[in-house]
Design a protein around this ligand. Structure first.
Ligand code: PBG
Length: 332
C-alpha cells in the first residue's frame, strides 16, 4: 500500500502548544450568563432535587452569589422567582407588583454597584395559578391581552433596575410592544434579549420544579412555544423579533438545537445566545453523580460546542463553575 501522506492532519495536533496554536474556538467567563432562582425568606437556601448543585436563594444569600459571579467576571445573571403559591392567581397579578420578589432582588443587587448586568424574565408563568406564560380566556391562551400585561411587567422590571429583559413567553408582537413601552417611558437603554426561538421542549421540567410551576401547569405550551420539528419557522421568529427591536436573540433549548442556532447566526449575524436548559443540566449532573461522565470535561465540551456553532454566549447553570475553571483550574 502506498499512502500519500504529504498532508498529515495530525501535525497540528502533535502537542498541547501545537493544538492551542490552531484552536478555532475559545471560552471565557464573559461568554456565560448565570440563571439564578430566588425565594422568599432570610438565610434560606433550598436545593432543587432535579438540578443537583442548583439552589433557590433568599435575597440576602442571592446577593452573595451575585458578588461571586461578578468576581469571576460573569457579564450577566438572569433572575427567576419562585413566587409563593398563595400569591399566584389566574391572571398572574403578582407580576405587576413593583415590590414582588424579583423586583426587590433587582433593587438589592443594583444597590451594590457591581460590574454585572441583571436580566429579568418577562412571562407570567411564575405568577399564574395555571402555570402558563399568558392569560387564559375560555380555555385559550390569549395573545393580545397577554402582551398588554407583559408590557406592564416589563416596565415594572425596568423601573426596578433590570438592565436587560428576557421575554420568554413566545406571544406574537410582544417585542415590539415592550420596546415601544420602554421608549415611551424613556428606558432607552434597557436591552431586550428575546427568547426568539423557544421550542415546546421536554427539557424544561427541572426548571418548572425550581420555580414551583410543575405541579400547577395544566396542559402543555404547544400553542405558543415552537414545534421541535421546525427550523425555517425559527428564522421567521428571529426576523420578526429583530424588526420589532430585540438587541439580542436566544435559541432554546441548547445542544439539541445547535442546527437552529447556526442557521440563525449565519442568517442574521446579530448577537445570538443559546440556553443550555435545566433538563440538559440535569442529564449531565445525573451522569456525573453516577460517575459515568467527568464534570469539568463534559461541561467545558458542551459550552465550547455552543460557541463553535456560532453562539456569542450561553445561559447555563454551569456559568460560575465554568468561569472558575477557566480562571483558576483548582477552584471547583
Ligand atoms: C418560562 C421559562 C421557562 C424556562 C425559562 N423561562 C420554562 C417554560 O417555558 O416552561 C426554562 C429554562 C430551563 O429549563 O432551564 N417562561
Amino acid at each position: 500500500m502506498n499512502l500519500d501522506l504529504s498532508k498529515r492532519m495530525r501535525r497540528n495536533r502533535k502537542s498541547d502548544w501545537a493544538r492551542r496554536l490552531v484552536t478555532e474556538t475559545t471560552l471565557s467567563p464573559s461568554d456565560f450568563i448565570w440563571p439564578l432562582f430566588i425565594q422568599e425568606g432570610c438565610n434560606e437556601k433550598t436545593p432543587i432535587p432535579s438540578m443537583p448543585g442548583v439552589y433557590r436563594y433568599s435575597i440576602d444569600l442571592l446577593v452573595e452569589q451575585v458578588k461571586e459571579a461578578a468576581n469571576y467576571q460573569l457579564p450577566m445573571i438572569a433572575l427567576f422567582p419562585n413566587t409563593p403559591q398563595d400569591l399566584r392567581d389566574d391572571k398572574g397579578s403578582e407580576a405587576l407588583n413593583p415590590n414582588n420578589l424579583v423586583c426587590r432582588a433587582i433593587r438589592e443587587i443594583k444597590s451594590l454597584g457591581l460590574n454585572i448586568g441583571i436580566m429579568a424574565d418577562v412571562a407570567l408563568d411564575p405568577y399564574t395559578s395555571h402555570g402558563h406564560d399568558g392569560l387564559i380566556i375560555d380555555g385559550e391562551i390569549v395573545n393580545d391581552a397577554t402582551v398588554k400585561v407583559l408590557t406592564q411587567q416589563s416596565l415594572i422590571l425596568a423601573q426596578a433596575g433590570a438592565d436587560c429583559l428576557g421575554p420568554s413567553d413566545m406571544m406574537d408582537g410582544r417585542i415590539g410592544a415592550i420596546r415601544q413601552t420602554l421608549e415611551q417611558n424613556k428606558y432607552y437603554n434597557t436591552q431586550i434579549m428575546s427568547y426568539a426561538a423557544k421550542f415546546a421542549s421536554s427539557y424544561y421540567g427541572p426548571f418548572r420544579d425550581a420555580v414551583g410551576a410543575s405541579s400547577t401547569l395544566q396542559g402543555d405550551k404547544k400553542s405558543y412555544q415552537m414545534n421541535p420539528a421546525n427550523s425555517n419557522e425559527a428564522l421567521q421568529e428571529v426576523r420578526l423579533d429583530i424588526e420589532e427591536g430585540a438587541d439580542m436573540v436566544m435559541i432554546k433549548p441548547g445542544l439539541p438545537y445547535l442546527d437552529v442556532l447556526k442557521n440563525v447566526k449565519s442568517t442574521f449575524n446579530i448577537p445570538t445566545f443559546a440556553y443550555q436548559v435545566s433538563g440538559e443540566y440535569a442529564m449531565i449532573q445525573a451522569a456525573v453523580e453516577n460517575g459515568w461522565l467527568e464534570k469539568e470535561k463534559i461541561m467545558m465540551e458542551t459550552l465550547l460546542s455552543f460557541k463553535r456553532a456560532g453562539a456569542d454566549g450561553v445561559l447555563t447553570y454551569f456559568a460560575l463553575d465554568a468561569a472558575k475553571y477557566l480562571l483558576n483550574k483548582d477552584a471547583i
